[in-house]
Structures are given as structure tokens and as C-alpha cells.
Design a protein around this ligand. Structure first.
Ligand SMILES: Cc1cc2nc3c(=O)[nH]c(=O)nc-3n(C[C@H](O)[C@H](O)[C@H](O)COP(=O)(O)OP(=O)(O)OC[C@H]3O[C@@H](n4cnc5c(N)ncnc54)[C@H](O)[C@@H]3O)c2cc1C
Ligand code: SF4
Length: 333
């Protein structure tokens, strides 16, 4: 392991100043993801800045009716927040599918968004991996495809994004607030993570030293009837094969509004824009739900070992929407 400096900062500008002088420096929150990568020498930081003392640890109402979640809020605290449970149940459910209670007690909202892929070849430094070692090739393409993406893939990398919370936030139109050397900016959650393209080593659009400070949830009536479903290998601590975050507003048997995002199927949380458009003003029936799912998955490009994800995603979208149709709103919380 390379030697590195460790610093604590109590204000965001202090963090930015420290990182601007450290070319491979980075933030550390709970360390449950980063420390693994440092041990594997996949990351070689010259500086770790501990974010534990930063003040962004509140969940606050926004003037126009939304909610601001500080980046340092522990995911356990977010899952237990009364406002989140009542107004954004899909987010609470996704958080409870994420890892274990112990991990949620240390993981933060900012760090969970930046968790790196669980691709087994990315973790195995004896195998070539374009994300870990650009230009070395992709061991997964010749190997086990079960965990890989079916949407937004590239021949350079087909790893999936591993955050459950991010899938719910994608469905909820969340905005990510950041502070970096170039100042503040706001990024739609759906634009935070990159598709691999020719730079699979870059997971997000964030610049070096750019810190997530908060996530804003807009006021969203449809979110009151929302839910998260996840299919995985095993009972806990494993990433999704497929997950679905959905919200549905139906009046007189017709869909007024729907929000759908998918996890486990793409390099980033996948907002199902085509499925949503296909549902709008359609009868709220299983047939419409099937057609909407098919319209989203028509672009899927599975590999031989993960073709099962296409019908799995279809069935999970339909099941999630039927659940929302059949279950009273209060029972979702
Ligand atoms: C065994 C295991 C199973 C898990 N299963 C799941 C699961 O099923 N679903 C799921 O969603 N998650 C899962 N997780 C993830 C876990 O819940 C944590 O969210 C994750 O490990 C990151 O938390 P951390 O605080 O330890 O991050 P760290 O390791 O401290 O940091 C992760 C990354 O975030 C960066 N970072 C941290 N804070 C900021 C910030 N404010 N701005 C910019 N960058 C920042 C760090 O530099 C680092 O690159 C699992 C983790 C483990 C260990
Ligand atoms: S899929 Fe991506 S992360 Fe996995 S081995 Fe290939 S390049 Fe690496």
C-alpha cells in the first residue's frame, strides 16, 4: 500500500483547498468501499480527507416544498426519517435493501452515490479490467456475465452501478449539489454517472476534488405512491441483478403520471423514460404495463450469460406497477 496523508476538515472550502494540492487525493466517509480499493492498489491516494466533521448532516425542508438531504447524512438516518418515509417511500425502501444495518450506520448519502462497481473482475487485480487499468481489456466479456449490464453498455465495459439509493433518487428527479475548485453546481442525478464509452475508468462527471454537499428532492405528489423491488443472489449484502423504483398516479383507471428507474441493468441508475412515456394517459392495466416495459427493454443488448435479465426486468417492472395499483398508499410506507 502506498503511504498517504490523512486529514480531517471541518468546512467544505477547507476540503477543496486540501484536495487541490493533492493530485490523487480523495474523500473518505465510512471507508467501507474506498479502503478495499486502496488495499487492492486500485486507488493510490496521496491524501485522504475525512468528511466526518463536515456540517452537511441535516435533512431539511426546502422553501418550495422539497427536501434537502446533506451529503453527510448516514443512510440509516435517512431511511428512518419521517418525512422520507411518508413522502418518498421508494427511497426508504431502497435504503433498506442496501447492505446491512451496520453498514448503513457508517455509509453516507454522498459516499453511497459514489460506490464503485461490484464487477468481480474489477475487484480481482490478477484480471485485465479497462475500468481499473484503462486499455488492458475486459475480463468480464470472456467470463461470467451474470452481473453485467444489458442497457447503456459498451465493448470497453459493461459493469453495473451498485447503489440502490441512486435508483430511487433517479426516479424521484433528485438533484445533486456539489462544490469543487470551479465553485458550486447542481447536477440531475440521472446525469451524475457516466456511460463507459471510451473512458470506462470515469464513473461520474465529477471533477477532481469536487465534493457532493447535498441531494435535493423536489416536491413530487406521485412519489407518495411509490415502491422499490430488488432481485439479487442471496438475502443481503449483494448487488441487484435487477431492481425497480417506481411511482404511479392513476385517476379513473388511467395513468396520469409514472416514474420508473432500473438498477442492476446499466452502468448508471437507468431512468426508464421510454416506459414512462408509453404509460402516460394509458389504461392502468397489466397489458399497458407490459407494453411499457417492452418499449424500454427493446434497446437491451444482453450477453449470452445475462439474457435472463431482460425478462426479469420486464416482469419486475410489471409486478412493481401492479403492486402500486393494488396496494393502498399507506401500506407502501
Ligand atoms: C458488503 C457490502 C455490501 C453492500 N451492499 C450494498 C447494496 O446492496 N446496495 C447498496 O446500495 N450499497 C451497498 N453497499 C454500500 C454501502 O452501503 C456504502 O454505501 C458504501 O460502501 C459507501 O459507503 P462509505 O461511507 O463507507 O464510503 P467510502 O468508502 O468512504 O467512500 C466511497 C466513495 O465515495 C467518495 N466520497 C465519499 N463522500 C463523498 C462526498 N461527499 N463527495 C464526493 N465523494 C465522496 C469517496 O472518495 C469514495 O470514492 C455495500 C457495502 C458493503 C461493504
Ligand atoms: S465489465 Fe468493466 S469493470 Fe468489469 S472487468 Fe470489464 S472493464 Fe472491468
Amino acid at each position: 500500500m502506498n503511504p498517504f496523508r490523512y486529514e480531517c476538515a471541518s468546512d467544505a472550502l477547507g476540503v477543496i483547498a486540501l484536495l487541490s494540492q493533492a493530485s490523487t487525493g480523495t474523500f473518505i466517509a465510512g471507508g467501507t468501499n474506498l479502503v478495499d480499493h486502496v488495499k487492492l492498489a486500485e486507488r493510490r491516494p496521496d491524501l485522504l480527507v475525512d468528511s466526518a466533521r463536515l456540517p452537511d448532516d441535516q435533512i431539511e425542508p426546502l422553501p418550495e416544498g422539497g427536501v434537502r438531504i446533506g451529503a453527510q447524512v448516514r443512510t440509516a438516518d435517512l431511511a428512518g426519517d419521517r418525512t422520507i418515509r411518508a413522502r418518498y417511500p421508494v427511497l426508504m425502501q431502497a435504503l433498506l435493501e442496501d447492505a446491512s444495518g451496520q453498514l448503513r450506520n457508517v455509509a453516507t448519502v454522498g459516499s453511497n452515490l459514489l460506490r464503485r462497481t461490484r464487477c468481480i473482475y474489477f475487484q480481482d487485480v490478477s484480471k485485465p479490467c479497462n475500468k481499473r487499468d484503462p486499455g488492458s481489456s475486459c475480463a468480464a466479456r470472456e467470463g461470467d456475465h451474470r452481473e453485467l449490464a444489458i442497457l447503456g453498455t459498451s465493448t470497453t465495459c459493461s459493469a453495473t452501478n451498485p447503489s440502490d439509493m441512486a435508483v430511487a433518487l433517479a426516479a424521484l428527479d433528485a438533484l445533486v449539489r456539489t462544490l469543487g475548485p470551479a465553485g458550486e453546481r447542481t447536477i440531475p442525478l440521472t446525469d451524475l454517472h457516466r456511460l463507459p464509452g471510451h473512458e470506462p475508468e470515469r464513473d461520474t462527471v465529477l471533477a477532481h476534488g469536487e465534493m457532493i454537499t447535498a441531494v435535493d428532492l423536489p416536491p413530487l405528489d406521485v412519489a407518495g405512491r411509490s415502491r422499490y423491488r430488488k432481485v439479487r443472489d442471496g438475502a443481503s449484502d449483494t448487488p441487484a441483478f435487477v431492481s425497480v423504483a417506481a411511482a404511479l398516479d392513476v385517476a379513473d383507471g388511467v395513468v396520469r403520471e409514472a416514474r420508473i428507474a432500473l438498477g442492476g441493468v446499466a452502468p448508471r441508475p437507468w431512468r426508464a423514460w421510454k416506459a414512462e412515456a408509453a404509460l402516460r394517459r394509458m389504461p392502468a392495466t397489466e397489458e399497458s404495463f407490459c407494453q411499457a416495459a417492452d418499449s424500454e427493454l427493446a434497446d437491451a443488448q444482453p450477453l449470452p450469460g445475462n439474457a435472463f435479465k431482460v425478462p426479469l426486468a420486464r416482469n419486475l417492472i410489471v409486478r412493481c406497477l401492479l403492486d402500486l395499483l393494488e396496494t393502498p398508499e399507506e401500506a407502501e410506507r
